[in-house]
Design a protein around this ligand. Structure first.
Ligand SMILES: NC(=O)c1ccc[n+]([C@@H]2O[C@H](COP(=O)([O-])OP(=O)(O)OC[C@H]3O[C@@H](n4cnc5c(N)ncnc54)[C@H](O)[C@@H]3O)[C@@H](O)[C@H]2O)c1
Ligand SMILES: [Zn+2]
Ligand SMILES: [Zn+2]
Length: 345
């Protein structure tokens, strides 16, 4: 089968790889119909994610059809249309029992990281019963690809951890797919203001289209002053970090209001400064989280009901044969205006 294989920083190739097979009775093999590329895949290619070793098939998002279900899989059968969660979870270990699927002792974020992923024709999904979700008949498959990772991530790591509340002010640093997913799902709670901060005017324009109340282009280095001006000098109650570099985390700490929360989403590869000498008396909370995907069933209902429309995040479409072009397009978003790219396998 065809698969996109990581070969160390800056290197990847579409290759012929052996078909995956059922290893444990709880596994399923899924034939991928649609997958996508995540900002985290770009972090892997930068060398930021050492757990992902050369030889790994990338990708942790997608939808498909069950090609084979292990003898121990009871909830899914051959032919079922399924949504693949970026997090695999056994449902039984101590962390799963606490709803912290991201730290499942035999799962977590392993797809396209420590086991082969979804940017391929087929993928093996461990713990299939608790890591797949049935796709309702007639659902928009492309929109559902946004439920594998970006919508639960924006919602759980950004909106829930950030305690977005009615009437509050939210600032989101990074208007990529994850930041925009946080924006879409923050609106569930009717915040009074949502300020989006990015370097890219196209992405900021998309953010306004999706319901942001204000945007700040931070390329002039004046983002702190701009946010303080928009908030009468207070800062934002919830600040969501959706980039993953020291500068943007440090910016969050400068624009959080007293009593506020910084909810980090970004995957960080290098050390960021934490200025406790300025923050100790601000009554703030800083949270970090790897997405648990506990909200996927709820988010699926909001998509089915039309409360949110993730199709708005899809800008480009490719076939698996052209996945190198898809990476190129996604990796040069400032020029290509790419948000999420759909890859049809
Ligand atoms: N915690 C989790 O479970 C989890 C899950 C998925 C993704 N992530 C991470 O979330 C982050 C965002 O993902 P994405 O797919 O949206 O990435 P992306 O690269 O598409 O978007 C990042 C955005 O940040 C902007 N940006 C870059 N430098 C900036 C700066 N100095 N100031 C302001 N904006 C800047 C870019 O213009 C871009 O719009 C990544 O770090 C990704 O790895 C975390
Ligand atoms: Zn991801
Ligand atoms: Zn578990």
């Amino acid at each position: 089968m065809k698969a996109l294989v990581y070969h160390g920083p800056g290197q990847m190739r579409l290759e012929d790889r052996p078909m995956p097979f059922i290893g444990l009775a709880t596994d399923a093999i899924v034939k991928i119909t649609k997958t996508t590329i995540c900002g985290t895949d770009l972090h892997i290619l930068k060398g930021d994610v050492p757990s992902c070793q050369p030889g790994r098939i990338l990708g942790h998002e997608g939808v498909g059809i069950v090609a084979e279900a292990g003898a121990g899989v009871t909830g899914f059968a051959k032919g079922d249309a399924v949504l693949i969660s970026c997090i695999s979870s056994c449902g039984k270990c101590e962390y799963c029992r606490r709803g912290m699927y991201s730290h499942c002792t035999s799962g977590g974020w392993i797809l396209g990281n420590s086991i082969d992923g979804t940017q391929a024709e087929y993928v093996r999904i461990p713990h299939a019963d608790t890591s797949l979700t049935k796709i309702p008949p007639g659902a928009d498959e492309e929109a559902l690809v946004m439920l594998s990772d970006i919508l639960p991530t924006g919602f759980e790591c950004g909106v829930l951890n950030g305690k977005v509340a009615p009437g509050c002010t939210v600032a989101i640093v990074g208007a990529g797919p994850i930041g925009l997913a946080a924006l879409l799902t923050a609106r569930f709670y009717a915040p009074a203001r949502i300020i989006m901060i990015d370097l890219d005017d196209n992405r900021l324009a998309t953010a306004m289209h999706l319901g942001a109340t204000d945007t700040v282009n931070s390329s002039d280095g004046q983002a702190v002053a701009a946010v303080l001006k928009l908030t009468d000098g207070r800062g934002a109650d919830t600040v969501i970090e959706a980039v993953g570099i020291p500068a943007t985390f440090e910016l969050c700490a400068e624009i959080v209001a007293p009593g506020g929360t910084i909810a980090n989403i970004g995957v960080h590869g290098t050390q960021a400064a934490l200025h406790l000498e300025r923050l100790w008396d601000r009554n703030i909370t800083i949270t970090t989280r790897l997405v648990d995907t506990i909200s996927t069933p709820m988010l699926l209902k909001t998509v089915q009901a039309g409360t949110i429309d993730p199709q708005k995040l899809i800008t480009h479409r490719f076939t698996l044969d052209a996945i190198a072009d898809a990476y190129d397009t996604f990796g040069h978003a400032a020029d290509t205006r790419a948000l999420k790219v759909i890859i049809t396998a």
